[in-house]
Design a protein around this ligand. Structure first.
Ligand code: C2O
Ligand code: CU
Length: 488
């Protein structure tokens, strides 16, 4: 197992609670803020151009200084914003000790060449220019860039790498949404206290410090009477977030960067790794402060896999130590951030409708996938799709462009797995045979243990080879990834 370079705990910095607020078009910080707030890079004249460097940096996190992996020295990495039709040119410099690359999770762009190519390896000390254009018809929404070189992904994401990629679009032009206070919440946990046992990889490693935009318990604001628009990314290696906001329901408006047709009210929202969601919140309570909570959720039973090597000392701090037998089985709500009323807005109602979501035609092909795990002598636990562990040389699934397929994905193991397909988004058709209550596009869907989810995928525009995998990145590294070749 490769050694990680991160996580050396250094001298502690000042214990300031870091507060910040990102509003549309600008990045602001409160005066006492000490973190590097993610810099915003927007496209001009149809071109988004920037230098992006990955390196090991000392970052102030919570009240300590930690060695992390960062893009441009920032946690999270710079926020990138483009429009449909734009060209994106990123001069990428790898100053990490290991090879890496970039994946643009949620962008419908080529999976080949110097675009969204997970098979491209950028060696330590090397530079590569990523260049692609965002299709004119691209949906406006929230995407997530992060490293994706097999063998290094989990360590590099747990180490800190990742950032937000926004495509602006018609959703942003809906008057009620335009008037809403926009906040970005990049949810990510870090290991600051201890190294992780191997057992943690099987469960999927969780850090002991949970942050929002690299900050511990920051606040974001809502005007009294107005709306807040929360744009959420689960950028964690393995941690799930079961979110609820005190006294405020969520109105879901977008999933994985794709708008819904109408807002859907929900009291809580589960985000598994790789998933994004956008919600509106109404500022209709007594002005004050309300906690954004992460509620208890169990994502499986490691104990049932016959693995029983955990010693009490491996638990780590808190209820959700990294080597847990019952991953994520915290027993009480944790506070992630504070919603704080500030100012007054013209009373604002919810937008009655958003953007149309077209139904897909019937599929021409149906496939079945089973997610499971098994013991391999000498290798330990491996994670499997249809009984196979990842092999980049093998083509597991061959599809024809301009066709529609249904994939029925069954989780026959004992842990939840968020299933992510690159390049082409899909619609969830049914869960356990029950039709999905509303239509929306996704690129990552949670397949809970024992359940079966049917998705419908139109394969469009780009030939080439890419992957689908579990977005608990330790599971991906341990084999739960398959290859797909799209043929024109
Ligand atoms: Cu966000 Cu293949 O990953
Ligand atoms: Cu998994």
């Amino acid at each position: 197992m490769r050694r990680r370079q991160l996580l050396a705990l250094c001298a502690s910095g000042a214990g300031a609670v870091l507060l910040s607020r990102c509003s549309r078009g600008q990045t602001q910080s409160s005066p006492q803020s000490q973190v590097n707030l993610p810099k915003l890079h927007t496209s001009t004249n149809g071109l988004l151009k920037l230098d992006l460097e990955a390196s090991v940096r000392q970052i102030n996190l919570g009240n300590r200084t930690v060695d992390l992996l960062a893009y441009n020295g920032q946690i999270p990495g710079p926020r990138l914003e483009a429009q449909p039709g734009d060209t994106v040119r990123i001069q990428f410099q790898n100053n990490l000790p290991d090879p890496t690359n970039l994946h643009y999770h949620g962008l419908h762009i080529p999976p080949t060449g110097n675009a969204d190519n997970v098979f491209l390896s950028v060696g330590s000390g090397e530079q590569v220019t990523y260049e692609f254009s965002i299709p004119q018809t691209h949906s406006g929404g929230l995407a997530y860039y992060h490293p994706h070189l097999h063998g290094y992904v989990a360590d590099q994401i747990l180490g800190g790498l990742g950032g937000i990629f926004i495509v602006r679009g018609p959703l942003d032009e809906i008057p009620e949404i335009q008037a809403a206070e926009e906040s970005f919440l990049f949810l990510k946990d870090f290991v600051v206290e201890q190294d992780q046992p191997m057992m943690g990889r099987m469960a999927g490693r969780e850090g002991d410090l949970v942050t929002v935009n690299g900050q511990v318990n920051p606040s974001f604001s809502i005007p009294a009477g107005g709306l807040a628009r929360l744009r959420l990314v689960n950028a964690s290696n393995a941690r799930f977030y079961r979110l609820a906001l005190e006294k405020h329901p969520f109105y879901l408006i977008s999933t994985d960067g794709h708008p819904l047709s109408v807002p859907v009210e929900m009291s809580e929202l589960l985000l598994s790794p790789g998933e994004r969601a956008e919600v509106l919140v109404r500022g209709e309570q007594e002005p004050g402060e309300y906690r954004l909570l992460d509620l208890p959720y169990s994502r499986g039973q490691m104990g049932m896999m016959g693995q029983n090597r955990r010693r009490p000392g491996m638990m780590g701090r808190g209820h959700r130590g990294p080597g847990m037998m019952h991953p994520n089985n915290q027993d009480s709500p944790q506070t992630l951030a504070i919603l704080s009323y500030s100012g007054q807005a013209e009373p604002q109602s919810l937008p009655p409708k958003l953007l149309p979501v077209d139904a897909l035609a019937a599929p021409t092909t149906e496939r079945k996938f089973a997610l499971n795990h098994g013991m391999v002598p000498g290798q330990g636990m491996v994670f499997l799709i249809n009984g196979k562990s990842f092999d980049p040389q093998r083509i597991d699934t061959e599809v024809a462009l301009d066709t529609i397929e249904d994939w029925e994905i069954a989780n026959t193991g004992v842990m939840d797995h968020p299933f992510h397909l690159h390049t082409n988004p899909f619609q969830v058709i049914a869960r356990n045979g029950k039709p999905e209550p509303y239509r929306t596009w996704k690129d990552t869907v949670l397949i809970p243990t024992g359940e079966t989810v049917r998705i419908r995928i139109p394969f469009k525009d780009y030939p080439g080879k890419t992957v689908y995998h579990c977005h608990i990145l330790d599971h991906e590294e341990l084999g739960m990834m398959g290859t797909i070749e799209m043929k024109g």
